[in-house]
Design a protein around this ligand. Structure first.
Ligand code: ADP
Ligand code: MG
Length: 262
């Protein structure tokens, strides 16, 4: 029952809303419309995969939704609050309070330990650096024995688990992941997907993940397909074969489905 609009883990029932988001990269002659009037609503506690051909706007969608980039038109609401169109500092603050991000190339700071990398977002947000909490989260991702290691002493899969811990530690409303398994072997990729799934199922987080991989996408509750900067389809309870099949025919879909949805 969500009569109050609040969820079991706090926050509103709608974690993320995009309304008519448009983003043009470059200027004049070489302007590229990377996102074209994208609208989208994701309930709290869901795991969504975003798929589409290379250059279809997946990363731009994530960057705009996560406040790492600014749309030219349209708006983004996280947990019912509009992302500010104000100063860079205000946008950064909004992001640090509500959003976690996991990158394909981990983006850990090489000179910091695993524990220090994990507590960094708390420090940057001016929050109490709760090392106990950080240790708990690192334990959850299987790195309890690696707290004082530096990134170059870890495997790719372990580095990505640090990045997941770093994204979880602030208890963000939405976690965005851009190809988080793209650089990993099958087994490590499986562990990362399991951790993202657990963040949703156990901790009530909302996850949005870009991936090329139908296996990764099949971990999600639903898949949104992008082509030429537009949302062109969705699939709920995706299967590996179903996703692969849809991807193969994505070009056919571009002009046959409505481009906006709510
Ligand atoms: P995807 O992640 O699906 O591969 P992107 O969002 O990275 O797609 O890119 C969408 C389109 O925008 C592509 O045509 C890409 O070349 C262009 N693009 C992305 N980032 C920039 C940028 N910083 N400057 C100019 N063009 C860009
Ligand atoms: Mg990309």
């Amino acid at each position: 029952m969500r009569r109050t609009g609040r969820t079991e883990h706090g926050g509103t029932a709608e974690a993320l809303r995009l309304v008519g988001v448009t983003k043009v990269h470059g200027t004049a002659d070489n302007a590229v419309t990377a996102l074209d009037d994208v609208s989208l609503s994701l309930p709290t506690g869901t795991f969504t995969a975003v798929m589409g051909p290379s250059g279809s706007g997946k990363s731009t969608l994530l960057q705009c939704a996560a406040g790492l980039d600014r749309p030219d038109r349209g708006k983004v609401l996280v947990d019912g609050e509009e992302m500010t169109g104000g100063s860079e500092a205000a946008l950064t603050k909004f992001r640090r309070q509500r959003i976690g991000f996991v990158f394909q190339q981990y983006n850990l700071l090489p000179t910091l330990t695993v524990l220090q990398n994990t507590t960094l977002p708390l420090k940057l947000a001016g929050r109490r650096v709760d090392k106990g909490l950080a240790r708990d989260v690192l334990g959850r991702v299987g790195l309890a024995g690696r707290l004082d290691h530096r990134p170059d002493q870890l495997s790719g899969g372990q580095r990505q688990r640090v990045a997941i811990a770093r994204a979880l530690v602030t208890e963000p409303r939405v976690i965005f992941a851009d190809e988080p398994t793209g650089a990993l072997d099958t087994r490590s990729a499986g562990e990362i997907l399991r951790l993202l799934r657990e963040a949703v199922d156990v901790h009530g987080r909302t996850v949005v993940m870009v991936t090329h991989d139908p296996v990764a996408a099949s971990s999600a509750d639903s898949v949104r397909f992008l082509a030429d900067g537009r949302l062109v389809g969705r699939m709920t309870d995706p299967t590996v074969d179903g996703v692969a099949e849809r991807l193969a025919h994505l070009g056919d879909l571009v002009h046959s489905e409505p481009r906006t949805e709510v």
